[in-house]
Design a protein. Sequence first.
Length: 493
Amino acid sequence: MAGRQRWSSRMIFLFAAIGSAVGLGNVWRFPYLTYKYGGGAFLIPYLIALLVLGIPLLIMEFAIGQRLQKGAVEAFKGVHSKLGGIGFAAVFSGFVVVVYYSAVMAWSLVYLIKSFAFKLPWAENAEGFFYNNVLNISDGIGNIGGFSWMLFFALLAVWVMVYFCVWKGTKSVGKVVMITMPLPIILLIVLFIRGVTLPGALTGIMYYIKPNFGALLDTEVWLAAVSQIFFTLSLAFGIMIAYASYNKETSDITKNSYLTAITNSGISLFAGFVVFSVLGYMAHAQGVGVADVVTSGPGLAFVAFPQALSLMPLAGLFSVLFFVTLLSLGIDSAFSLVEAVNSTFLDKSSKVGTKKVAFYVCLVAFILGIIFTSGAGLYFLDVFDHFVTNFGLVLVGIFEAIAIGWIFGAEKLRSYINSVSDWKVGKWWTYAIKYVIPVLLSIFVITQFITEIKEGYGGYPGWALALGWLSVIIPLVIAIVWSIKPTKVEVNV
Ligand code: PHE
């Protein structure tokens, strides 16, 4: 049997991990959360969540993957034969995410192509263009609406690209990330220079950073910081475990974790300057307040930003740059999710080739993604995104921390980490994994659950919320069944 796939250098591993972490979340979620939840003051809960949850969990995921030399499912089986389900739940959540994440990339692709038009087609009415022309949005999640060939082919194109990124495993991923990790950063710098030299930019930036410390008294702010940290560091998806499993067992862990986490947060912060300088410009150009133009998510990337771009000189050029930025930000996050799934299959059987596994995973994800190209696509996306990021990931995080803290032994893993790393982790890490993280995340889940029961979500009908819940409950049930079914052999490491 051929040995395990390997990254060709430590730098490539770092590029891949950073490429996965730095994605749409850095550009369309972080700046908005910061603005909404206290401006500069939001950095306090954000940094606390990063230090208390993000970095310890990232160190843990890198360490498990590297120590056990397996993707998430087999790695947790290695921790205990009954715990494979935790890995499964992680990979399942990741798969749900990549199915809709790729739809967003398909929209970006459509916008990129349309940016080459002589006159930007959204110049007159950016909102109408996005909702009617691109999405052909229906009047509610219960109405599937029309089907769009344009989005269908864009989605297909995205999946063809993703396939060719992962088809040779670490070999192809290693080559692609050399471009897709640095490219969006360079483009963000270009957009930053353009942004800050526009009139109104400073006002926009002030909105972004002006601290409102009163916001810190609101629990919602802290919850937002926690879920952002999970999403942005690609934690609890099995990705970081799979990626680290392609390292040699003796590779450094702590330095890689800090580098990944710090670069990722630095880029988030920087992206906020880009977004808010451009929004400030738009508010200025339209003679309205910045508060009237800020949004997040699709509304930011596909309505507000394109509209602002259309007002600039060289609008077409900057639109092209912006949508290439989105695509290059997204693609390495998307294929990292696919890679987490692929590694699961390849760990199981090394006889099926990498290409074949990659092909079927991409094909199934593409087919499932077709729902997001329908008129109700945006609503479905919103529902799944809400449930996976607010419940799925956090639950997986709790189980991971308990499994490692109490069953594998946090101290045992810590001594392994310290034996291979230049920077040592202190005892604090063990306390974080065993006590602090499970307790904090449990409080998080309970609080979210109560809000959910009281308020529902987004005014969606019960069956739609039930679908969202299913995306959380199915992997949990499988994980539980997995742990209670009798097993024959005990794998010990
Ligand atoms: N970390 C990526 C971002 O911030 C998103 C992502 C989520 C990537 C899940 C992989 C897995 O956009």
